[in-house]
Design a protein around this ligand. Structure first.
Ligand SMILES: Cc1cc2nc3c(=O)[nH]c(=O)nc-3n(C[C@H](O)[C@H](O)[C@H](O)COP(=O)(O)OP(=O)(O)OC[C@H]3O[C@@H](n4cnc5c(N)ncnc54)[C@H](O)[C@@H]3O)c2cc1C
Length: 544
């Protein structure tokens, strides 16, 4: 049974089959897709969501690896659109783990009766714009088809998991998996010889957790990262009451910050205070939970220069203090990128893992991986025998999940070709030649739900505007695309995020064009910009 406001119709295709028609088709049932579905349905539109996974949650459905948890404070990450939901749901930990996060998103799907509009285990392989009918034709891997006037790709910015193309990978006789496809039934690691490739935010969480049960652990590290203590804890009843009483203030505060986290930079320069005062602040923040040490620090710690290097050295010394073997410690100390140029991995005992007798750190910068063998991993220096191999090798970010779909716009041009040198959009949302397509996954970063809720609201309102004003199409103008792309390139060059070889600029994927994949602007600036565009009748967009 459909939502009372939904009216699904059907049309025939050229093979005489019935094709369901909707106002909007959404790909993805993660936090963005779920909220898009809710919002558009509430506005009276017929909506269908296709999700490749077997359940809701996106990131929190797929990432079942041991140790997977938030780096956002749980209560700042949840949806804000329903006061009832906010009061009903108890976050149990300051930084909640994957099982609980998945439960939360299932709770949301049930509470708002969203499942009836989601087709699970449904991978979209192509989307073709029909220029005569002004509709997107959507094709699924299983042969199913559907069409809609509007098409939203809530396909995730970190969902196209990436396994490096190592020679011999299929010859490995043990079990292997990518952390983003961790099997629901788990991996049998107890007492086994386990190898982990990758020491980014995921690798750090995973390694800390599985080191407690494996027989032997070999960690293959390419880049040492700055990691900071998470200091997770349970939320007690008193804190629970305080959180529930202050949601409006919490969200207001998040909305005022650059990355939509609840942490605000110190307006003082690190170099303007005495060395004692500086160190006192560093230590105080270090003893506090989460991203405070990154985002509540002196403002210039987040800019290339003396303050950034001063704090980087403070963090390096924290690492040195915790690792007993000085040679291993130096391998774990980052020296090739600026502090804060990547999202800060948060840890709960990561460095102590390397004090365990059954843990080996292999620096693959020093001796690169040559191939995967039937028995394990061969580097230029040695072969490491393994029973299980885990790839914590990250994602083909933002454009990866779009490129895995054959999206064809006007004149048969593909989005894959158009984005070959980096996204070519207006505000990440829309690209000329692809009318009524909202690439919503290319436009949100930071504390994710805080950033994606207003974005989804904006897209939903744009869709209503088009329909209410008697138009059939909306897409960014070529001029707006050129100006925005130039802005991303120029403003992006000045921010810390583009200074490291990270997924933010596509540097983790061989052959991927180096280009900032997210907006260079802060969340408040982006919200204001979008509001201005809408207030001016969707300036920079062509409506026809
Ligand atoms: C391990 C990990 C930890 C993270 N921790 C945090 C955190 O603490 N705080 C934070 O703010 N952010 C965090 N993130 C970022 C996280 O991705 C976002 O918070 C958020 O979950 C993204 O939601 P989404 O709905 O946009 O995309 P996703 O959750 O990635 O969902 C996209 C969905 O689209 C589906 N899909 C993609 N392509 C297709 C297709 N062709 N056909 C059908 N379905 C398709 C996928 O199966 C997936 O379910 C983390 C990311 C990872 C990987």
């Amino acid at each position: 049974m459909g939502h009372p406001l939904q009216q699904t119709t059907t049309a025939g295709n050229n093979r005489g089959e019935e094709i369901e028609q909707f106002d909007v088709i959404i790909i993805g049932a993660g936090v963005t897709g779920l909220y898009s579905l809710y919002r558009l349905r509430e506005l009276g539109l017929s909506v269908q969501t296709f999700e490749g996974g077997g359940g809701v949650g996106g990131t929190w459905y797929w990432n079942r690896y041991p140790g997977a948890r938030f780096d956002s404070e749980s209560y700042t990450y949840g949806y804000s659109f329903s006061k009832e939901l906010l009061q009903e749901w108890d976050w149990k930990e300051l930084y909640s783990g994957q099982p609980e996060n998945e439960r939360y998103l299932n709770y949301v799907a049930d509470k708002f009766d969203l499942r009836q509009h989601i087709r699970f285990n449904s991978r979209v392989v192509s989307a073709v714009f029909d220029e005569d009918e002004h509709v997107w034709q959507i094709h699924l891997q299983d042969g199913h088809q559907a069409q809609a006037q509007f098409f939203i790709t809530a396909v995730g910015s970190l969902s196209a998991y990436y396994v490096p193309d190592f020679e011999g990978i299929d010859s490995f006789q043990g079990a292997w998996c990518h952390t983003g496809r961790w099997p629901a039934e788990g991996m049998d690691l107890a007492g086994k010889r386990v190898g982990v490739i990758g020491t980014g935010a995921t690798g750090v969480q995973l390694i800390t957790e599985i080191a407690k049960e494996v027989g032997h652990l070999t960690v293959f590290q390419r880049t040492a990262n700055y990691c900071a203590p998470l200091r997770n804890r349970l939320i007690d009843d008193n804190m629970q009451r305080q959180i529930k009483a202050s949601y409006p203030e919490i969200f207001k505060r998040c909305n005022e910050t650059a990355g939509s986290f609840m942490h605000q930079f110190d307006t003082r320069s690190a170099m303007s205070v005495s060395p004692e005062e500086r160190l006192e602040q560093y230590e105080r923040l270090w003893s506090e939970p989460g991203f405070k040490k990154w985002l509540s620090n002196f403002y210039d710690v987040m800019m290339p220069g003396e303050a950034n290097e001063d704090y980087a050295e403070f963090v390096r010394n924290k690492i040195r203090e915790r690792v007993k073997d000085p040679v291993v410690a130096e391998k774990l100390v980052p020296k090739d990128h600026l502090f804060g140029s990547k999202r800060l991995p948060c840890e709960s005992g990561y460095y102590e893992v390397f004090n365990q007798a059954n843990v080996l750190l292999v620096d693959v910068r020093e001796s690169p991986i040559e191939r995967i063998t039937p028995k394990g991993v061969q580097t230029t220096a040695a072969e490491y025998d393994l029973d299980v191999l885990i790839f914590a090798t990250g994602y083909d970010a933002v454009t990866g999940s779009l490129n895995r779909i054959d999206i064809q716009g006007e004149g048969g041009q593909t989005l894959r070709d158009k984005f070959a040198n980096g996204p070519r959009t207006y505000m990440g949302i829309s690209s000329p030649g692809f009318p009524n397509l909202f690439t919503i996954n290319a436009a949100s970063v930071g504390n994710f739900v805080r950033a994606c809720e207003p974005l989804v609201d904006w897209v939903s309102e744009a869709i209503c505007y088009v329909r209410e004003h008697g138009f059939t199409r909306i897409s960014a103008t070529p001029e707006a695309e050129v100006a925005w792309t130039q802005h991303v390139s120029e403003a992006g060059a000045k921010i810390l995020r583009t200074q490291a070889n990270s997924w933010f600029v596509g540097a983790n994927i061989p052959g991927k064009a180096r280009f900032l994949l997210t907006s260079p602007d802060t969340a408040p600036v982006m919200r204001a910009k979008r509001a201005e565009v809408a207030a001016k009748g969707y300036e920079g967009f062509e409506l026809s």
